[in-house]
Design a binder for this molecule. Structure first.
Ligand code: HEC
Ligand code: HEC
Ligand code: HEC
Length: 438
């Protein structure tokens, strides 16, 4: 090898090393950036606050905390089916695997007994656990970040008073690479930013209260917004409807009158829907029935009114109307659908699809039936409908599930029937859609 070639090779090596050092430096500063972004907006954890001495003030704080925890539906996720309340163990299914909600009782070993109000605030506002672990957004801190410190403290004071339960937290069952803290940190750097609540000075106190409840504690858009491939919500689409992950229900757009929008309803109808589960022309189904059952039925009239005022102020989206010309239905499907309807549905919903006042919802001109997405009609036929029992509607009628009685073909036909009869002109539903939502 001559001196010239050796020098050239040496030069190449040096260049390679320089590139490698550059790549490492970029990776290093990216990692540092991710860490910085994950810690943005954090305040140092303070030592535990001295508990208020006045027992009356303390009792009022605990009561307010209990109310706020209802508004946030915290126990809905932090209680396993049939398990002790607040002891965790319920799995939240996501496209990336199952994330288990933890034990929030004051047991010091397995619950949050050794936390202070500052740790609790950091979990809600920044999405970080006491041990510093970043938390999965299956815990909707993406919304709870807007909860005020005051309200977080009240909920913490309340959780101090629930009976301690010894129940270790279940390990999450997430697929690689979603099971790593590094992947989660990257997600958070891209999609999460702690957001201290600020009232909009251009709006009145009631609107702001409603916005706070709907966008913060109520975490309504955790369901009512579409999510991208990484499970994140685009702020611009916040109210435009989305499939509730894994449950295959469609949470309709809250800005479109043809779906779940309430801009054109009297305020009282919105209050009744959230308080009673039904208002005479609409009724809640599936996951929304759970929201009313566990959360909104307990809210005060003032708070429900504020939420209604906020929801009604959302800018209305223009939606595609139903097709003006009915889409053709195969005669075989049409007659099968009519037969199934007469045998299994007409007894409650009526031959004419008009239902019966307050007991069985009408299916004719019902937007829940006419929506472009047939998900909920398929789901309610398969798994039935169970309105929550509420003070305003203590003994609701239910709809039985038909998944064991009807074949997929019969389900497709009867759903097509209700979507295309009595003046309804929504698109027919095929077998593949029934299979998708089964
Ligand atoms: C949609 C389901 C859901 C709701 C509603 C919910 N949580 Fe959770 N929560 C979770 C899940 C899942 C985790 C576990 C996240 C993780 O470990 O990464 C969690 C974790 C937590 C943690 C951290 C526990 C720990 O050991 O680090 C706290 C604190 C908490 N939630 C409080 C609340 C409060 C307060 C509310 C109501 C305002 C609430 N949660 C509502 C699902 C939920
Ligand atoms: C766990 C998911 C989930 C959450 C959280 C949720 N919703 Fe819903 N919502 C749904 C689904 C699914 C439907 C469609 C079924 C139905 O019509 O009830 C729905 C329907 C609705 C409707 C239309 C009802 C009708 O019959 O026209 C309104 C209005 C509504 N939700 C408001 C809210 C508000 C306000 C909140 C927050 C307090 C909220 N939702 C939180 C899932 C959710
Ligand atoms: C025993 C009476 C009963 C029978 C039989 C019954 N339903 Fe229902 N249906 C109800 C009740 C009650 C509700 C309201 C449930 C709720 O809101 O959770 C309902 C809700 C619905 C809804 C949702 C309407 C809305 O406004 O959200 C659809 C669609 C529906 N039923 C279709 C059918 C079809 C199709 C059949 C036959 C396969 C059927 N039902 C059989 C009682 C019945």
């Amino acid at each position: 090898m001559n001196a010239f070639a050796a020098r050239r090779r040496g030069g190449r090596l040096a260049r390679l090393l320089r590139v490698a050092a550059g790549v490492l430096a970029v990776a290093g500063s990216l990692a540092a950036l991710v860490v910085t972004l994950n810690l943005r907006g954090e305040e140092p954890v303070q030592p535990g606050a001295a508990s208020p001495v006045d027992p009356v003030a303390q009792a009022a704080l605990v009561e307010r905390g209990a109310y706020l925890a209802r508004a946030g539906n915290c126990s809905g996720c932090h209680t396993a089916r049939g398990g002790p309340e607040w002891a965790g163990g319920r799995g939240v299914e996501t496209p990336f695997g199952v994330v288990y909600a933890g034990n929030l009782t004051p047991d010091p070993e397995t619950g949050i007994g050794d936390w202070n109000a500052s740790h609790f605030w950091r979990a809600l506002h920044n999405g970080r656990s006491k041990d510093g672990r970043v938390l999965y957004p299956a815990f909707p801190y993406t919304h709870y970040t807007r909860i005020t410190r005051e309200d977080a403290d009240a909920m913490f004071a309340f959780l101090r008073t629930v009976p301690p339960v010894v129940q270790p937290n279940a390990a999450h069952a997430l697929r690689f690479p979603y099971d790593s803290q590094a992947a989660l940190a990257v997600w958070r750097a891209l999609y999460f930013r702690p957001e201290p609540w600020r009232d909009d000075p251009a709006r009145d106190a009631r609107w702001n209260r409603g916005a706070y409840l709907v966008r913060g504690l109520g975490h309504c858009s955790a369901c009512h917004a579409p999510r991208n491939a990484w499970g994140a919500i685009d702020a611009a689409l916040e109210w435009s409807g989305g499939l509730v992950p894994m449950q295959r229900w469609y949470a309709p757009s809250l800005v479109s009158a043809g779906e779940g929008g309430v801009g054109h309803w009297p305020v009282e109808d919105v209050v009744r829907l959230l308080r009673d589960g039904t208002n005479g022309h609409a009724s809640v189904l599936g996951p929304m029935a759970e929201v009313v059952r566990r959360s909104t039925q307990y809210l005060s009239r003032d708070d429900l009114t504020a939420m209604a005022v906020f929801l009604q102020s959302l800018p209305a989206a223009t939606v595609a109307a139903q097709p003006a010309v009915p889409q053709p239905v195969e005669p075989r499907v049409a007659s099968l659908g009519a037969r199934v309807y007469a045998d299994h549905c007409a007894g409650c919903h009526g031959e004419d699809g008009r239902g019966s006042a307050d007991a069985f919802p009408p299916l004719a001109s019902n937007r829940a039936v006419l929506m472009a997405s047939p998900a909920n009609v398929i789901r309610v036929v398969l798994s039935g409908g169970f309105l929550p029992s509420t003070a305003g509607n203590p003994r609701p009628y239910g709809m039985p599930p038909f998944s064991h009685l009807l074949t997929d073909e019969q389900v497709a036909a009867v759903v097509t029937h209700v979507r295309t009869s009595w003046g309804n002109q929504a698109s027919p539903v095929g077998l593949s859609e029934v299979l998708r939502y089964r």
